[in-house]
Design a protein. Structure first.
Length: 262
């Protein structure tokens, strides 16, 4: 469902009613006559819907986490806010960038339109930017020949499955975050699909390596062995970016996570 398009249509429809009533119909009614209900409701909703549309299109947009690919940073059912401004101003609905600002950095958690199916929104962490050589072999990440250190910390308990997973801290750029790595899971990448610039990636029994092309990003989930990400379906083009996730505003299962993001 294209919610931005639905909002745009509502803004247009209520805006027409507001303009019709304000500039024409009201002036032709008797002074003591009330507005028809359909004009009154449509015109009164216009400023509210317009404000929501502008806020959602240019500043912040709410999302709900649908899967466990970003555990332990984000849990299934977390409601988050995404800042749409840092990576440039884009026209709503068509998503055309009109003002260039900053580019995503390694470590940013970004929401983007899933390249194989842009109708879906995905959320992952940026691991590689244009020009980087990203290597993930034997569950170890290296960027441009430098291995990213994984520091062991307390195991993560999945309370639904009563299952412990080894947890590590990792630093990408200036961002320290936690990841999960399952030692029993295979190191090789399975179920690879053909994707644009796939010639820049190489796979073997130990994992894979990719050189990130210009205007693209390599993303991975923090739940490394339970994430369908750039290892499987390729790079995220800049035009697919929606924004940077920065705030958990609600969580039904754990209210202590509200306001956190780490």
């Amino acid at each position: 469902m294209n919610f931005a398009l639905i909002l745009f249509c509502l803004v247009a429809a209520t805006g027409v009613l507001w303009a019709f009533n304000h500039f024409w119909a009201r002036k032709r009614r008797p002074v003591d006559a009330s507005d028809p209900w359909w004009v009154e409701y449509g015109a009164s909703f216009f400023p509210v819907i317009l404000a929501v549309f502008l806020l959602r299109s240019f500043l912040v947009e709410p999302f709900k986490i649908p899967s466990g690919s970003m555990i332990p940073t984000l849990l299934v059912g977390n409601f988050i806010l995404v800042n749409k401004y840092p990576y440039g101003v884009r026209l709503p609905v068509i998503n055309q960038k009109i003002i260039e600002l900053n580019a995503p950095k390694r470590g940013d958690v970004v929401v983007f339109r899933y390249p194989p199916d842009p109708s879906l929104d995905y959320i992952k962490r940026v691991v590689g930017v244009a020009g980087d050589k990203v290597v993930y072999r034997n569950k170890k990440l290296s960027i441009n020949g430098q291995e990213i250190v994984q520091k062991k910390t307390e195991d993560y308990l999945d309370r639904d499955r009563l299952y412990y997973t080894p947890r590590f801290t990792e630093t990408l750029g200036a961002v320290e975050h936690q990841i999960l790595v399952e030692p029993e899971a295979p190191s090789f990448v399975s179920q690879i699909v053909r994707f644009p610039n796939s010639d820049k990636c190489h796979y073997n029994s130990e994992g894979m390596s990719c050189e990130v092309p210009a205007g693209h990003y390599f993303v991975m989930g923090d739940n490394r062995d339970n994430s369908q990400d750039s290892r499987f379906w390729g790079f995220v083009p800049d035009e697919n970016l929606v924004g940077r996730a920065f705030f958990i505003w609600f969580n039904f299962s754990d209210l202590k996570r509200v306001g956190s993001f780490h």
